[in-house]
Design a protein around this ligand. Structure first.
Ligand code: HEM
Length: 326
């Protein structure tokens, strides 16, 4: 959206900004959502939100959106036509940025981790991706529609990452009228229901006795397009459901699968200091929300070695199917 030099005109205070995606701040978000003494219990998160609001408001006021993607322009015009103020629009952009980045970035990280940390997963995914590549002199091209239909192990690994790593974990609904749930619980009008996917994503009666383990072929089957197994949709909800089902799900799936495919095709990746297996996620627990998506406790430095011929160029091609545009 902006070049690094333009970025400086927003005069961002990196100290505050860097607090935004941190575990500490995410852990405070439930206090903002439930509105229980937010100025005390969610002080840092509120400060970060106000800071970002100012940044986005300034971005629009300076007209930087005029050179942004069509998505930004369409969203802005839609909001203004619906009567939102610029302050509301700026606040909305924070939600969009979180929706677009948080899940996708963590899913991409865990995808690379799970593919490269297990030689048998890497070998299987690499065979599929190599078979999908078209080599033409010094250019390797992969069609993303082939990646999505002919690489079941790669796709299944992605689905398992969503399940096992708690991506898209928390679904929130506001109660519109008093309701007795399961003949036992009264959910009161106006209340918020927080639904952590981790509960149904780890049930043994749905996933089997190995529900607590990462099993990259769990979704490989033959009863759905691309050779994937369909699970009960109420049990597997990384993209939510109903009228609020994530509208970015096809985009996210495509970008992460293609990113993983290009990495698998072109690099060998190894951690510099310690093995992959030592990646700890202890800090993701006890954050106020039951098992929000898991993040590594610390950065992992890796060494990337180009595979094969250095002169080869890798490229993606393909078009969205009608189904994916909906
Ligand atoms: C792996 C990546 C992603 C995951 C796991 C994910 C997951 C989710 C989930 C669980 C929800 C809430 C759905 C519900 O309440 O039922 C959601 C909402 C949303 N997502 Fe995603 N998402 C991802 C990527 C994206 C991307 C890339 C975009 C945009 C390009 C996006 C845009 C949105 C929007 C706009 C909403 C709000 C929908 C509404 O309230 O009507 N998401 N997403």
């Amino acid at each position: 959206m902006k070049s690094p030099s333009q970025q400086q005109t927003l005069n961002l205070d990196l100290e505050i900004l860097s607090a935004v995606p941190s575990l500490k701040v995410l852990g405070r978000v439930p206090f903002m959502a439930t509105n229980v003494l937010p100025t005390i219990l969610a002080r840092k998160a509120l400060k970060a939100r106000e800071y970002l609001t100012k940044g986005f408001a300034e971005y629009f006021r300076c007209g930087h959106h005029n050179t942004a993607s069509e998505g930004v322009l369409v969203r802005l015009n839609h909001s203004l036509q619906a009567g939102f103020t610029m302050d509301d629009v700026a606040r909305g952009e924070i939600g969009s940025a979180i929706a677009i980045l948080n899940n996708s970035v963590s899913a991409a990280f865990w995808m690379i981790h799970h593919v490269f940390s297990d030689p048998s997963v890497l070998d299987e995914c690499r065979k599929e991706v190599d078979a999908a590549m078209r080599v033409d002199q010094d250019r390797c091209t992969v069609d993303f529609s082939i990646i999505k239909t002919s690489c079941p192990a790669l796709q299944s690994t992605f689905q398992e990452v969503l399940r096992y790593r708690g991506i898209g974990n928390l679904i929130v609904r506001q109660v519109l009228e008093d309701h007795i749930l399961d003949s036992r619980f009264l959910v009161k009008k106006g209340g918020l229901v927080l639904i952590p996917n981790a509960v149904q994503h780890f049930k043994n009666d749905i996933w089997g006795d190995d529900a607590g383990e990462f099993h990259h072929r769990r979704f490989v089957g033959s009863d759905a397009p691309g050779g994937l197994k369909r699970y009960n949709q109420a049990a597997f909800r990384p993209f939510g459901g109903g009228s609020l089902l994530c509208p970015g799900r096809h985009f996210a799936t495509t970008e992460i699968l293609c990113f993983a495919a290009l990495m698998v095709a072109s690099f060998d990746i190894k951690p510099v200091h310690s093995g992959w297996s030592r990646v700890k996620t202890d800090r993701s627990f006890g954050m106020g929300v039951a098992r929000l998506f898991l993040l590594p406790d610390a950065d992992i430095d890796v060494e990337m070695q180009p595979r094969g011929d250095l002169a080869l160029q890798y490229a993606l091609t393909g078009t969205w199917s009608k189904y994916e545009r909906q």
